[in-house]
Write a protein that binds this ligand. Structure first.
Ligand SMILES: NCCCC[C@H](N)C(=O)NCC(=O)O
Length: 466
């Protein structure tokens, strides 16, 4: 069957790239929404929301709560394997729009007048009602965005297996990172027009456009399946068996990559949520300026990722590339942590952002195309679901840890900011040392991965293209 798919698609190169553009576009809008509040931390700390750093961090982690605690990512993998790509893309798109709508509603003035707001404000008084509803919405959105992520990965394998797979995955990530670039540029601008709720509303509108591009793609997917015949969907090799979960979780290569994944991404995505405030504090510049500087991080990483993918397709060295990425991760976070504010300037900030950006292209470009090398194609979708699930545990907990460490290492600062005291700002040394610590552990696991690869013969150092 795999040969049949490859044969059919090798005749349709244009279709392959159009499919990639459509599914990547949705990821652009999805990643835009993910970080829509990231540049607005300080605004949200003030009236009317009064979200302290712990609350802000908690909402950041909230994206992953249902995926982790309710096991929604594992369920999403099963839905993907059982119901197929089209059903899962539509479900993911609708879930994202539903969750985003709730998050928007939580920030509107209308919500503050409702009985729901009074009810949500009546318990755990340290967390405002708006934050509780926003977190619920973001958790629902999180189910959709991760479901979309694993479905997009499986879709790329479906169209690009045996061809430019790493490059296609790199391009998809590049487009998603462009969404992060756009949000760091635009969210503060929208917030100037109408506060954080305006930014979230714009994100919601963009997500609706993203839903449409997923929807349009489903017609291509249907056409492709028709071309291949009904048998394509009934082939036992595409079926999910619960026992496959056991195989996945006892595979040493999978466990090492999953560990590396959670450590690496824990030092990237949660950092993204605090980076604007960190740069603004350390460089003593406005949030808007800091956000504009930081926007070059995802775009730089995004632009580089397809080239690394192209290199990996041709030359290999995937496991080594992950190790180099982990090393650069440590270097950049140590600079942010240890260079004192008096010596820290725009040039150092930009160079450090570039180093982190290179790390952020090396690791994803090599990690995701490595997964098909360590697990059987039969349960690849579930393997992506499981690896995302493990990663989401870190992404859920780390923003809370960082928010807490920021407050704990800066006693009284949160109160000063909420009271509008001029010049009040956070020192990010402790959170940055935590991020660097994740990088050190990731270096250790990258070395283990090279050993496991040599022992098991996964071929992680070999080119992807046959
Ligand atoms: N805040 C976005 C989280 C996306 C996580 C997703 N599971 C993932 O790892 N995607 C791959 C990537 O490099 O973006």
């Amino acid at each position: 069957m795999t040969e049949k798919i490859q044969h059919a698609l090798s005749e349709s190169k244009t279709a392959r790239w159009i499919a990639l553009i459509l599914i990547s576009s949705t990821m652009f809008f999805a990643y835009f929404f993910v970080d829509v509040l990231a540049p607005l931390q300080e605004l949200l700390e003030k009236s009317p929301t009064f979200w302290k750093p712990e609350v802000f961090g908690m909402i950041g982690g909230g994206e992953f709560v249902l995926n982790v605690v309710a096991g929604m990512l594992i369920i999403s993998g099963i839905i993907l394997d059982k119901m197929g790509i089209r059903f899962t893309l539509i479900t993911a798109g609708l879930t994202m729009v539903l969750g985003a709508s709730l998050k928007y509603y939580a920030l509107t003035e209308g919500f503050t007048q409702t009985a729901l707001a009074s009810f949500l404000g009546s318990f755990i008084s340290g967390i405002p009602a708006s934050a509780k509803l926003a977190m619920a919405g973001f958790a629902i959105f999180g189910v959709g965005v991760e479901m979309a992520g694993i479905t997009v990965s499986k879709t790329i394998v479906k169209w690009f297996k045996g061809k430019e797979m790493a490059m296609a995955m790199g391009l998809e990530m590049a487009v998603a990172r462009l969404g992060v670039f756009a949000v760091f540029q635009l969210s503060p601008v929208f917030a100037e027009m109408g506060g954080p709720s305006k930014s979230v509303l714009m994100g919601l509108i963009f997500l609706c456009i993203g839903f449409m591009t997923f929807f349009i793609y489903t017609f291509m997917d249907r056409k492709l399946d028709k071309q291949l015949g009904e048998a394509a969907q009934l082939e036992p090799e595409d079926e999910f068996h619960l026992s496959d979960l056991g195989k996945i979780f006892t595979n040493p290569g999978f466990l090492t990559i999953a560990g590396l994944c959670v450590l690496f991404y824990s030092a990237i995505f949660p950092f993204q949520k605090f980076a604007t405030n960190m740069l603004s504090s350390k460089l003593d510049i406005s949030l808007k300026e800091a956000s504009a500087y930081f926007s070059y991080f995802p775009i730089g990483a995004g632009l580089l990722t397809p080239f690394i993918g192209w290199f990996l397709d041709k030359k290999g060295k995937g496991a080594s590339v992950m190790l180099y990425g982990a090393m650069l991760l440590v270097v950049s976070h140590l600079i942010f942590a240890l260079v004192p504010a008096e010596s820290f300037n725009t040039a150092i900030a930009l160079i450090t952002i570039v180093i982190l950006g290179v790390a952020f292209s090396l690791v994803p470009a090599s990690m995701w195309p490595s997964v098909p090398k360590i697990v059987e194609a039969r349960y690849l979708g579930s393997a992506y679901g499981c690896i995302f699930w493990i990663q989401n545990i870190g992404l859920m907990l780390v923003p809370m840890l960082i928010g807490w460490s920021l407050s704990a290492s800066n006693p009284g600062v949160s109160e000063q900011i909420a009271a509008g005291v001029e010049g009040a700002k956070y020192n990010y040394m402790v959170p940055e040392l935590i991020f660097a610590g994740f990088g050190v552990l990731a270096i250790g696991l990258s070395i283990v991965l090279r050993v496991v690869d040599r022992k098991k013969g996964y071929g992680l150092e070999l080119p992807n293209k046959k």
